[in-house]
Design a protein around this ligand. Sequence first.
Ligand code: FAD
Ligand code: DLZ
Ligand code: SF4
Length: 511
Amino acid sequence: MSTRNLILILGDQLSPEISSLRNADPEKDTILMCEVMDEASYVKHHKKKIAFIFSAMRHFAEEMRDAGWTVEYTELKDAENAGSLSGELTRAAERLSPEKVIMTEPGEWRVLKSIRGWGAQADCDFDMPDDDRFVCSTTEFRDWAKGRKSLRMEYFYREMRKKTGILMDGDDPACGRWNFDSENRKPAADDLFIPKRIKFDPDDITQDVLDLVEAEFPDNFGKLDGFWFATTRDDAGKALDHFISDALSCFGDYQDAMLIEHKFLYHSLISFYINVGLLDPLEACRRVEKAFQDGKAPINAVEGFIRQIIGWREYVRGIYWMVGDDYVNKNGFNVTRSLPHFYWSADTRMKCVASVVGQTRDEAYAHHIQRLMVTGTFALLAGIDPFEVHEWYLAVYADAFEWVEAPNVVGMALYADGGFLASKPYAASGSYINKMSNYCGDCQYAVSKKTEEGACPFNSLYWHFLIENRETLKDNGRINRAYSTWDRMSADKRSAYLKRAERYLSSLDTL
Ligand code: FAD
Ligand code: DLZ
Ligand code: SF4
């Protein structure tokens, strides 16, 4: 058996329009896809994440076969499985003697280096075209960043609006403003009407994968029961339709809200589909823009959603590839505490953390503010080693791939990159969580207590963090006010805050 080109498609490259397939010919070329232990275990991925990716890969292979392609697919348990992407490439190249191997550039430095290494010693030609499923190429981002003293997402986002023409009125932003974020900070009331979310019952392919994951990854984090993800392009499209018709109009208002009983609120639940290639990000934005033009959703919701995708999503990717492969090792505050065990067990008296970790364990999902202002802020305030925090986020969310996860964790949540991505650390006391959620009412700690027994840990850890890092942060204009407040406090109060924080830090696992 032989083939002209052998085209390797990874688990997050499930797009028929991917650049590696662009000039390919189903009559002459062969697609290679492989489930391999190296990818399934570089962190201990959530069980639902592995199941989602394997099932989406198997469905994609079917989709491509139906479209006339020859697909060579290695399942995890195949006897000959080499266990790694490069091992499987070698095996397939020996079998099929291709003239050329093609793979769209991957979403992670680790894989990039390994496959480049394979290509350099291969007996055939090797080509790695750009991944152009993004609005902004990595080169274009570097050009935009060149010479700027500080990078700010807002300015980058405006460029992306102009480039795509989305929500533009000629050269001006639609409705006269680029950003409606100030309208998007409403706390949610317990009795809000929250739409029921669309769920997809596992078909035979997904059921096989669920059995496989249960058998092969029994000790990984996360529940496999109640698997509801779409695993085909058609179903992912239905999930987007459902978001637009049932949730989009309130997306903006309650974007930052958190409710114990409602994990999904009005969020879109599509990051995993976009990230693996089942949905096209720009098409999703255009469909959301259309809802605005048709009068079906307000500007604050539509602009807020579009900013997350053509703004933040593109921006974090640009930063990941621009900074380089040591981004995940950044540790600007030089902190070394270990990740508390409750990040895995949800066994903590802090209701906010218990609730977010519990939801993460059940669904492999938490929304942005839960990730940023609960588990993220706690790790920031408690001085947890950023690499451990990064590995946790990379493992536990179904949408986690390093190019998007690492900047959000190391840069945005932990400010460990020294302020490259964010303009200030997202440090906050318990009052932020209390304002935006209903966690505190159900918590064993009291958010109103600052330094006494039973005081909310966020309250004292907030001041402890600011004081520990005063030298690094003192010139940050966005945080100065907090230092003035501290300086006006009585010496007794300051000492009580720091003592309380030290007590909590000395026994983090028991909080
Ligand atoms: P919605 O709230 O409905 O937002 C719409 C879309 O905007 C998302 O689907 C996503 O594609 C995009 N988006 C929103 N915020 C961001 C952002 N900050 N960066 C990139 N894209 C964004 N997102 C991931 O896709 N993978 C990750 O591993 C990931 N890790 C994160 C870790 C931390 C600490 C934080 C603070 C954020 C992280 N995010 C990550 C961003 C964001 O939390 C998720 O994209 C979002 O929660 C996914 O849920 P949704 O589809 O319902 O999003
Ligand atoms: C995340 C993941 C997992 C769990 N398994 C596979 C796999 O077996 N085969 C594969 O091709 N891709 C997998 N992936 C996605 C890759 O890890 C991802 O493509 C790289 O991290 C680059 O973004
Ligand atoms: Fe979280 Fe503090 Fe509120 Fe408890 S009181 S839920 S620990 S913010």
